[in-house]
Design a protein around this ligand. Structure first.
Ligand SMILES: *[C@@H]1O[C@H](CO)[C@@H](O)[C@H](O)[C@H]1NC(C)=O
Ligand SMILES: *[C@@H]1O[C@H](CO)[C@@H](O)[C@H](O)[C@H]1NC(C)=O
Ligand SMILES: *[C@@H]1O[C@H](CO)[C@@H](O)[C@H](O)[C@H]1NC(C)=O
Ligand SMILES: *[C@@H]1O[C@H](CO)[C@@H](O)[C@H](O)[C@H]1NC(C)=O
Ligand SMILES: *[C@@H]1O[C@H](CO)[C@@H](O)[C@H](O)[C@H]1NC(C)=O
Ligand SMILES: *[C@@H]1O[C@H](CO)[C@@H](O)[C@H](O)[C@H]1NC(C)=O
Ligand SMILES: *[C@@H]1O[C@H](CO)[C@@H](O)[C@H](O)[C@H]1NC(C)=O
Length: 557
């Protein structure tokens, strides 16, 4: 009986701890791999049955948290404060979702891909396909929209301009210089004694002075930038802190003020990241309306009233960048695997319908479209196949007017190449996934500048920059270096989907090209360990693996 009880709590615990571990190891293994190593399908199902009976006997949430936390602490899974905090934050949500949906705990085993979805009792797919929406979709009249800050004239007489992408800033106001970077918690450098440097540490989120120094540098580029895409994730990775809602809010407000101060006359297009919410990754209306209100106020300087209206309704918006070029900023929490609310059969707004409607109107208005969002469709980002299938279909249908797709979230420097859904052999689009500004975990801080040709409506190159935190801590100064330019590094004639498709295929046979891609993938301060065989296959299939089906197919399983 004791063993069985342990399983109950392990299942529940896993569902909750996924959040922590997902960020812990985001650069090494996808969520599902980590989970399936920790627990088998049978154990999950057995545990799930027992969770079921626990719910039936009306065990209180507090009791469940207490017992699970005790188990978590005794097993040494995490430090006591992390165990208690993470369970306090997530258990009530998991239980609510189980009670409100018609899902059984066993469906979580399928959802997290611990068991074959063809097994009996798999209702998750059914509920996804039969999702109903509580409110009417919102449609906006795209033709009336124009950004508040009018785009500046091009910097030269050429038709080429530049835009900046900043992403995953994750600054930590509680960073303490000289604290312990190896504290045995998901986020350190906050207390104890150690070598956490003035400019940062590779195991931790960024101290605010480093973020300020980076923006100080970026602000000197303002004259060269037509606009800025800011793809979210502002607060630190202290996801177990039960009192961090006000800090989540402050992070978005502080960074919005810093961006505005650094770029007083440049249009900025922000997107919502999974860490903006509290608890991190959980988004559901009306529960999360407070966050939309914060975004409304923080993004107000850059967006017009129509865009702000959809921001306050669901966190997405569209806005003209200039005549003939539109930006769509998505709320990708709808695709977040660890947004447990996505298991509920209802959502407040049909984002897909809105997205498709904006694309249709863009076609009618002869506009090109840049799509910006936080979580990209790649296995490493813990995103649902349901979301990616929808996204891939729209990219396929509207590929001819989609001129760029700009994402972040993985902290890695990745591309993701879309192919047609019938033969998987015709390139139809590319996601640019830019690496993080935070050093968490084991990256040099980065930012990216895209070169965009307004007559071709194409990204024609991008320039990836990084600072060296070891050097900065050593010499007391933060310098930025060009890591590479895409066109030169991959020897590309242009940056069309076709050319990226060819590069991605060449990675299979061209060792030099693969090593280039792999080395910049994590921008690791100490260089990369070699990646061959299955490691190499995974890195390459990740590029084509928009859904887990496509990833498996590419891997030959
Ligand atoms: C649990 O609560 C429900 C509704 O409040 C009640 O009908 C049921 O008898 C309770 N079950 C137990 C085992 O106490
Ligand atoms: C899923 O089913 C396949 C084929 O029946 C089997 O080979 C595989 O081991 C199963 N996987 C799991 C996790 O049960
Ligand atoms: C752009 O063109 C105008 C007039 O055709 C010319 O006066 C100006 O010098 C040009 N500017 C650049 C940067 O080439
Ligand atoms: C650091 O903070 C944690 C949580 O607040 C606490 O449990 C721990 O004892 C502290 N460690 C030191 C060395 O002060
Ligand atoms: C949401 O919108 C999409 C695209 O228009 C549509 O295919 C789907 O059926 C809608 N879902 C619901 C539940 O209305
Ligand atoms: C950063 O600087 C250190 C120390 O000078 C050096 O060993 C390392 O290679 C540099 N890293 C990068 C990415 O340039
Ligand atoms: C940064 O650049 C300046 C000017 O080029 C140079 O003097 C300084 O040594 C550099 N610092 C580091 C840490 O590389």
């Amino acid at each position: 009986m004791v063993a069985k009880q342990i399983l109950v709590y392990v299942v529940l615990l896993l569902c909750c701890l996924v959040t922590v571990h997902n960020c812990h190891s985001i650069q090494t293994t996808p969520l599902q791999n980590r989970l399936s190593k920790a627990i088998s399908c049978e154990e999950c199902r057995l545990g799930a049955q027992l969770v079921d009976s626990l719910i039936e006997i009306n065990a209180s949430t507090t009791d469940i948290i207490k017992v699970v936390a005790d188990l978590c602490i005794k097993s040494g899974f995490e430090q006591p404060d992390v165990c208690e905090g993470i369970l306090t934050n997530y258990v009530p949500i998991v239980l609510d979702v189980l009670l409100e949906s018609e899902l059984s705990p066993g469906d979580l085993c399928d959802y997290f891909k611990l068991c074959n979805s063809t097994d009996e009792s798999s209702d998750a797919e059914f509920y996804h396909q039969n999702r109903v929406y509580r409110q009417k979709e919102i449609f906006t009249d795209c033709s009336r929209q124009s950004p508040k800050i009018t785009p500046k004239a091009l910097k030269s007489n050429s038709t080429v301009g530049y835009f900046l992408q900043i992403t995953d800033i994750h600054f930590d106001h509680d960073y303490v210089v000289g604290s312990d970077p190896d504290c045995g918690r998901p986020l350190c450098c906050r207390n104890g004694t150690g070598d956490a440097g003035v400019w940062g540490n590779y195991q931790c989120d960024l101290p605010f002075n480093t973020v300020e120094a980076i923006f100080q540098h970026l602000s000197t580029l303002e004259d060269q930038l037509d606009f800025i895409i800011w793809t979210g994730d502002n607060p630190p990775h202290n996801v177990w802190d039960p009192n961090s809602k006000s800090n989540q809010i402050a992070a978005t407000q502080t960074l919005s003020a810093l961006v505005l101060k650094s770029f007083p006359s440049t249009p900025v297009f922000p997107s919502i990241g999974n860490h903006e919410s509290f608890p991190s990754d959980e988004f559901y209306l009306p529960n999360t309306q407070w966050l939309l209100d914060v975004l409304y106020d923080s993004w107000e300087p850059w967006l017009d009233s129509d865009a702000l209206q959809t921001v306050s309704t669901y966190g997405f918006y569209t806005s003209l960048v200039r005549d003939g070029l539109r930006l769509i900023s998505l709320n990708t929490l709808d695709g977040d695997m660890i947004n447990f609310y996505n298991l509920l059969p209802t959502r407040a707004v049909n984002q897909t319908a809105w997205f498709e409607n904006v694309l249709q109107q863009a076609v009618a208005n002869d506009e090109y479209v840049i799509i910006a969002g936080h979580i990209p469709c790649t296995l490493k980002s813990g995103v649902s196949d349901e979301w990616c299938t929808m996204y891939q279909q729209l990219v396929e249908e509207y590929g001819s007017i989609i001129s760029a797709q700009i994402y972040g979230h993985t902290h890695l420097d990745q591309i993701s190449v879309y192919t047609d859904t019938e033969t998987f052999s015709k390139p139809i689009g590319v996601n640019y996934i830019a690496p993080s500004m935070t050093t968490y975990q084991n990256h040099e801080p980065g930012f990216r500048i895209y070169e965009y040709d307004y007559s071709l409506n194409q990204v024609t190159n991008y320039y990836q920059y990084h600072a060296n935190i070891s050097d900065a801590n050593l010499y007391g100064q933060l310098n930025f270096t060009l890591s590479y330019s895409a066109k030169e590094l991959y020897d590309m004639p242009d940056l069309t989907s076709n050319s990226w498709f060819q590069v991605a295929n060449h990675l299979r046979s061209d060792d030099q090209m693969f090593n280039n891609y792999y080395n910049f993938l994590s921008n690791h301060p100490n260089g990369q360990t070699p990646c061959t065989g299955e490691c190499r296959d995974k890195v390459i299939c990740e590029i084509f693996g928009i859904t887990s089906f496509q990833f498996d197919q590419c891997m030959g399983v």
